[in-house]
Design a protein around this ligand. Sequence first.
Ligand SMILES: *Cc1c(COP(=O)(O)O)cnc(C)c1O
Length: 432
Amino acid sequence: MFVADCLNVNEKGHLTISGCDTVALAKEYGTPVYVMSEDEIRKTCRMYRDSITEYYHGRGLVCYASKAFCCKEMCRIMKEEGMGLDVVSGGELYTAMQVQFPPEKIQFHGNNKTEAEIKMALNYNVGHFVVDNISELETIDRLAGEAGKIANVSLRIKPGIDAHTHQFIMTGQIDSKFGFALETGEALEAVKAASSYAHIRLRGLHNHIGSQIFDVDPFVAAAEVMMDFIAQIKQETGIVIEDLNLGGGFGIKYLESDQPVPYGDYMKAVSAAIFQKCDALGLDVPYIYMEPGRSIVGEAGITLYTVGSIKHIPNIRTYVSVDGGMCDNPRYILYQADYTVLVANKADQERDTKITVAGKCCESGDLIQEHTLVQDVEVGDILAVLSTGAYNYSMASHYNRTPKAPVVMVKDGKARVIIRGETFEDLLRCDV
Ligand SMILES: *Cc1c(COP(=O)(O)O)cnc(C)c1O
C-alpha cells in the first residue's frame, strides 16, 4: 500500500511519515504543505555511496542533481552526507554556496550557461563545467583566461541511447538539444577543441540518457558506448580521459506497481561493464560520477492537502478539489505523471472510491491525478499525494498569485520548517 519505507499508519489510522502523524502536521503547518523525510533522504544517499564503495572500489562521487529539490537545508544535508552537487543555474549554485558547499564537488550543467553564470562559477572555483556545445567551450576559455584560471571541463556526449521510453532504443541520431553527437564526429572534434584551449583542462566525459528509468540495460549500454569512445579518443589523439560521468535518471516508485531496480544493482552492472571494457581496451579505470536527483528525494516527500469540495458527475467521474494543484505540483498537467493518493486521516481503510483530484487553479487541466482509488473521501479530509519530493517544489509556480507552500522536514518523529510558506507580501516583493 505504501510507496516509501518512511510511511506508515498509526493507531488512529493516520498516515505517518518518519514517525510524524500527517494529520497533526497538516493542522500545525496548514495545507498545502510539502513534508520530506530526512531519514529517507540520508538513507538513499548512503545506499548510493555504499554501492560505489562495494562495486567500484570507492573511486567515484555521487552528485545530487539539485534541480530535483534545491534549498539551503537540502544543500547542507548533501554536504553532511559527503555528496557532490549537480547544478544547472546560477540560482542553484548560489544556494549551494550560501551554505559553503565544497565547490570542488560541484558540477555545473546546462545547455546555455550565461556569461554571468560562467563568471560566477569560475569565481567560486566549481569542480567541473559540463560543457554542452562549442560556443560554450570558447566562452569558458575566454572568461577563464580573463579570470586567470584554468577551468576543469567535461563534455556532455549523446551516446545514441534513448531511455526516455520504457523500452530503450539505440538510435543513430537522436534529436536532442543536449550535448555533442558521437555519430557525426562532433564529439571527437569537441574533444580535440577542448584540449587545444589554454584555459581549459579536459577532464572527462558525461552522459545522461533520461529519467525515471527502471531498466539496468540502457545504463550498461551507455557506459559501454562511452568507454569505447574513451578508447577511440586515446587511439586517435593520445588524449587520456580520466573521469566518466554516468548521469542520473534512476526510477522511483510513484505507484505500488512501479518496480525500481535497487540502486546497488545499477552500480554492480555498470561497474562490471566498465572494468570489462578497461581490460579489453587497455584503459585505466576512470573516476566516476553519478547524478541521481529524483531517486534521492522523490519517495522521501509527500504533499498534504485539505479537501474543499466534492462534485459527483453521474456516470462520468467525481472531482475532489484540494487547496493546491498545478502551482505546487505541475507534473500531471505537464506529463500526466502517475501518483498514489490516500486519505491521510483514513489511511487504515480500504481504497475503494474512484476519484479525480482537482486543484484550485483556473485551468481545466489543473489535476493531480485522474480515476485514482482512495478511501471514502469527505470534505475536510486530508489528502496525501505520495512521492512528491522531486520536481514538485522545484517546479512550483505563482500561477493565480498563489503563494508557495512551506516545506517541512521530518526526522525521528520531529518536524521543522526548512522553507517557510510564502505570504501575500512575499508575492509583492518584486512588484514596483
Ligand atoms: C535531470 C538530470 C539529472 C537527474 O535526473 P534524475 O532523473 O532526477 O535522476 C542528472 N544529470 C543531468 C545532466 C540531468 O539533466
